[in-house]
Design a protein around this ligand. Structure first.
Ligand SMILES: [Zn+2]
Length: 151
C-alpha cells in the first residue's frame, strides 16, 4: 500500500513531526510561501494539505487539491482527528522529524547489519540534516501517544 503524502501548514509543524514518526512523508511549507504556494505544491507533488485554516482548506478544495482540515490546536486531539480520518498511526521512524529526510542506519564497523537486528539501541542518521536518532525506551511513550492513549 502506498502511503498518502502530506504537506503541513505552519500551524501544524508539531503534528507534522508526529506524522513523520509514523513514517509519513510530510513536507514543510516552502520558505516564505503563501496560501497559493501551498496549494501549488499540494497539486504538483500530489500531497494532501494539512491545515487549521478553514479558508485555505476551501481554496484548496476549489483548486482540486486534497486537503485535510484539522480543528483542534491540541496535539493529542489532532492525533485523534487523524485517526478518525482513517490515517494509520503506528510508530515507524523512517523520516527525520525535523526536515523530513530519510533516516539511514548508522553502520558500525564489523557490526551485523542483516535484517532483523534493529533493536532498541539502533542509531539512525538523517541523510539530509545529519541529525542522529536513537531508538531508546522513549519510543514506547511515543507509540502509545500515537495510538490515541494520551500522554
Ligand atoms: Zn533531517
Amino acid at each position: 500500500m502506498v502511503k498518502e503524502r502530506y504537506l503541513a501548514d505552519l500551524m501544524l509543524m508539531r503534528l507534522a513531526r508526529w506524522l513523520r514518526m509514523a513514517g509519513y512523508d510530510v513536507s514543510n511549507p516552502p520558505e516564505g510561501s503563501d496560501d497559493s504556494d501551498l496549494i501549488k505544491v499540494a497539486l504538483k507533488e500530489e500531497r494532501t494539505l494539512l491545515t487549521r485554516d478553514r479558508l485555505l482548506a476551501r481554496r484548496c478544495e476549489k483548486a482540486g487539491a486534497r486537503c485535510l482540515s484539522i480543528a483542534s490546536s491540541d496535539l493529542d486531539e489532532q492525533l485523534r482527528e487523524l485517526l478518525a480520518a482513517g490515517i494509520t498511526l503506528e510508530l515507524n521512524p523512517e523520516r527525520c522529524t525535523l526536515c523530513n529526510g530519510i533516516l539511514r542506519k548508522v553502520e558500525e564497523s564489523g557490526a551485523d547489519d542483516s535484517p532483523g537486528t534493529m533493536d532498541a539501541d539502533t542509531l539512525t542518521r538523517c541523510e539530509v540534516c545529519g541529525k542522529i536518532y536513537w531508538r531508546g525506551t522513549h519510543w514506547r511513550g511515543i507509540r502509545e501517544r500515537l495510538a490515541g492513549g494520551g500522554a
